[in-house]
Design a protein around this ligand. Sequence first.
Ligand code: NAD
Ligand code: LMR
Length: 350
Amino acid sequence: MRASLIRSAAESLRKGGSSSSGNAIRRSYSSDSSPDRKVAILGAAGGIGQPLSLLMKLNPLVSRLSLYDIAGTPGVAADVSHINTRAEVSGYASDEQLGQALEGSDVVIIPAGVPRKPGMTRDDLFNINAGIVKSLCTAISKYCPNAIVNMISNPVNSTVPIAAEVFKKAGTYDEKKLFGVTTLDVLRAKTFYAAKAGVPAADVNVPVIGGHAGITILPLFSQAAPTGNSLSNEDLKALTKRTQDGGTEVLEAKAGKGSATLSMAYAGAIFADACLKGLNGVPDIVECSYVQSTVTDLPFFASKVRLGKNGVEEVLGFGPLSDLEKEGLENLKAELKASIEKGIQFAHAN
Ligand code: NAD
Ligand code: LMR
């Protein structure tokens, strides 16, 4: 019973993970045949960190799971370590142990930092989270400079440029290995579209481009597949707004008790799984992510990305847009540009 629960969770990660066509190939990767991979989670004792630790412990591609937080990690690590799956779990709980937590990591996932309270924007988190991200990325450049970094901490539109600048300063920047995690926007777009269009949520694909805050989140419902009920312009506007405000919807429903954690942990696990598959040479792994980009005139932009052995294999363009999406793209540029510049300036000034 327990084993089948674990298997079905892992299988669901595999199936929900990417828009690729390589399911048969990916299923053939088992704990026996896949290479050793160390995944570190920084902020592992938090609202996202705990369920994300659980989901990564269920992932058969992970051989070592390193859990780091400034407090509370021994308990989380002890708890998760009793699950009889492949990954060996270690917990680290202080600055002095950060090096050990990071050393040898293939993938580092960062959900460390404060979440929003009702009434706040993601940018309101900048003052606290920018410093946290900067110090964690400084340690990454020292202890695991070749790791793939999955940035979850908000404001993602600025924390990714901060990380890039920290790595550049340390001489370790590889634009192929730095990702802002925007998978939750994709999950929301899929879920909301599926309900309105009358198609199964698990089968839908909807690319989401731009960034990860308010109007910078731009779902491309004109490219949704499969299509179902035909939707009016008003329907599409409402779906777009709901996707852009998805984080606020959860924040308000939790009424002061944090922002999205469970859906984010799932989204983070899906994205990390895609990175691991790419590293392991599984073909056709495509996910949306906020990366260094030339698809627009902005230096960072979320779009579909093909993942491979070195991280980003190819940043894909976003294809034809509807008039509504073209307007959304023009409207988001100024805000996204300002958030990117804010991150770069912070990294230079501190
Ligand atoms: P939380 O407060 O529950 O957990 C954050 C954890 O980070 C805490 O355990 C805290 O001890 C730890 N932490 C703080 N400073 C640290 C440091 N220097 N090193 C290591 N750990 C440190 O918050 P949460 O709900 O888990 O959210 C975490 C972040 O993720 C927030 O910034 C939130 O806005 C963001 N988030 C992003 C997305 C996304 O789609 N990218 C979605 C949801 C939340
Ligand atoms: C989300 O989209 O749920 C996260 O970015 C958290 C938030 O502050 O909304």
